[in-house]
Each structure stands twice: as structure tokens, then as C-alpha cells.
Design a protein around this ligand. Structure first.
Ligand code: IDP
Ligand code: MG
Length: 136
């Protein structure tokens, strides 16, 4: 049975800065994702704090929000069968050191904080995150 879903993906500042936007989008496309909507934006730290609110008690929260708001990012709505899990698997582990061959983070990630991409971790959070960036 098919389970077409949408998920939110972000190409983070470290990847945009290294001009990896098109290569990363290509990885999504060859892996069967459709880019339904996208925009390149720069967010305020306060917006990053709202977006990453689930992590507010973590020691890295402030640095994480500082980082996500440090430069341009590309936010995208990706669509595919089981998009949420499929995207998590294409992204690879949070720490690029632990990411498997063929994943985006293995290929492009620099470190646990500069790991090139964000992806929603559940269908429920995907809806919240898509709504956060694409309200209308
Ligand atoms: P995810 O991006 O794989 O879903 P999360 O645990 O949701 O990982 O963490 C959100 C982001 O916070 C990560 O992508 C990474 O950039 C950063 N992060 C997670 N754990 C650490 C850490 O231990 N030190 C520094 N940054 C971290
Ligand atoms: Mg996460």
C-alpha cells in the first residue's frame, strides 16, 4: 500500500556556503523525492529557537540556533512514498562520522553540528515543520 508523505528538509548553512545546494537536491531527486516547494532564506536566531524548541534543554541549543541562523539556508517540502523515514535514511546519522556510505551526511557533513541537512523525524513533526516555513 502506498503512503505518500511530505517531509521538511533544510540544506544548512555549511552546505549552502560550500555551493552544495544543487548536488544535494540532485541526491533527493535521484532517490525519488519530488521537491514540492522550496525557498532560500536567512532566519533570525529567535526563529531558529522556535524551530528547534524540542532541544531547548540541550547544552548545544544556543550554538545550534546561532548556527542555523548564521547564513542562508534552503528549506524544501519533499514528497515520496514514506518520505519521512526515507529522508532520514538518505540523510544518514546525525554525526557524519557514524553515517553510512551513500548518505548525504557521510558525503558532505563536516561535523555533528555542521551536518549539512535537517529532516523531520516523524510525520507529525513534518506537518508542524512544513507549516512553520510554508504557512500559506
Ligand atoms: P537530527 O538533525 O539528526 O534530527 P537531532 O538530535 O534532532 O539530530 O539534533 C538536531 C541538530 O542538533 C543536529 O542535526 C545537530 O546539528 C545538532 N546536534 C545534535 N547533537 C549535538 C551534539 O551533541 N553537539 C552539537 N550539536 C548537536
Ligand atoms: Mg531532529
Amino acid at each position: 500500500m502506498s503512503n505518500i508523505e511530505q517531509t521538511l528538509s533544510i540544506i544548512k548553512p555549511d552546505a549552502i556556503e560550500r555551493n552544495l545546494e544543487n548536488e544535494i537536491k540532485e541526491m533527493f531527486k535521484v532517490n525519488g523525492f519530488k521537491i514540492i516547494n522550496e525557498k532560500k532564506i536567512k532566519i533570525e536566531k529567535s526563529e531558529a529557537e522556535t524551530f528547534y524548541k524540542v532541544h531547548e534543554t540541550k547544552p548545544f541549543y544556543s550554538d545550534l540556533c546561532e548556527y542555523l541562523s548564521s547564513g542562508p539556508i534552503v528549506v524544501m517540502i519533499l514528497e515520496k512514498d514514506n518520505a519521512v523515514l526515507e529522508n532520514r535514511s538518505l540523510m544518514g546519522a546525525t554525526n557524519p562520522k557514524d553515517a553510512e556510505e551513500g548518505t548525504i551526511r557521510k558525503k558532505y557533513g563536516i561535523s555533528i553540528d555542521k551536518n549539512s541537512v535537517h529532516g523531520s523525524d516523524s510525520a507529525e513533526n513534518a506537518k508542524i515543520e512544513i507549516n512553520f516555513f510554508f504557512k500559506d
